[in-house]
Design a protein around this ligand. Structure first.
Ligand SMILES: O=C1O[C@H](COP(=O)(O)O)[C@@H](O)[C@H](O)[C@H]1O
Length: 255
């Protein structure tokens, strides 16, 4: 019998969000390596990578065991300032000993063909997961997401047709309301099969939307639809500015 999804756990911080997030990630990494010998992570762009700086020079991080994907990516060259990979590389990966082969970027050979590009990224996921796991969808150890003030997450935007995609692992869009317009994105089946999903949101500009996502999930904003299937866990790491209007109960964080 299917069990309902676990309810979200919300941690709100006046200070120290980044170091709590670091402890959380390192703990998840340790558990995953003990179980499976690797740590599969998907990252977002935007404001998230700056919150991950505690991973740099952290003796607990086993970079050689990480397999990194991007939960969404803008269709631009990998060294373009709009690229989520470029952002993560600049903030983190250029400063840590992660083997380049463990970072799975979009294939720049297909930048002019979105269908080929998203197919190729899906195949990259299949290569990493299908040989090792038997699940119909990849089971990431951790997916780290951000939110936009319109409630989007990854490149899943309010009212977009990709919100009902049930089959593809990776999809593309040419009409993102936030520039740049061409993007690829994980779909809900991938997000909702992860072992853990953690959203990170900071600043008063996110306060209204955070309350809409968590206090009124029936509104169906894209971020509200991220509800990992049991036994997957959903976490929110937010600061007190972002949670200022939130009614949803907060939990206290312990490393
Ligand atoms: O366009 C995007 O936006 C979201 C949210 O960005 P933020 O700057 O408000 O944190 C981000 O999570 C996503 O990866 C990115 O492509």
């Amino acid at each position: 019998m299917h069990q309902p999804p676990n309810p979200p756990t919300v941690y709100s911080f006046s200070t120290g969000l980044s170091s709590a997030l670091t402890s959380f990630i390192v703990k998840a990494q340790k558990e995953s390596i003990e179980k499976k010998g690797r740590f599969t992570v998907a990252l977002s762009g935007g404001s998230l990578p700056k919150q991950l700086k505690g991973l740099i020079n952290n003796p607990g991080v086993r970079w050689d065991k990480w397999q990194v994907f991007y939960a969404d990516e803008r269709v631009v060259p990998l060294d373009h300032p709009d690229s989520n990979h470029h952002l993560c590389a600049t903030e983190i990966f250029q400063r840590v000993p992660i083997p380049p082969a463990n970072i799975h970027t979009l294939d720049p050979a297909f930048l002019d063909d979105l269908e080929e590009l998203s197919d190729a990224y899906e195949k990259e996921l299949i290569r990493e997961f299908a040989q090792k796991d038997s699940a119909r969808f990849p089971v990431f150890d951790l997916i780290l997401l951000g939110i936009g003030s319109d409630g989007h997450t990854c490149s899943l935007f309010p009212g977009h047709e990709l919100l009902v995609e049930e089959d593809r692992w990776v999809a593309y869009l040419e009409d993102s309301p936030k520039p740049p317009p061409k993007r690829i994105t994980f779909t809900y089946p991938v997000l909702n099969h992860a072992a853990r999903v953690a959203f990170v949101a900071t600043g008063e500009g996110k306060a209204d939307v955070l309350s809409a996502i968590l206090d009124r999930p029936e509104g169906g904003l894209p971020a509200s639809r991220v509800r990992p299937v049991h036994p997957g866990q959903l976490y929110w790491f937010v600061d007190d500015n972002a949670s200022a209007k939130l009614q949803y109960p907060k939990s206290s964080f312990s490393a």
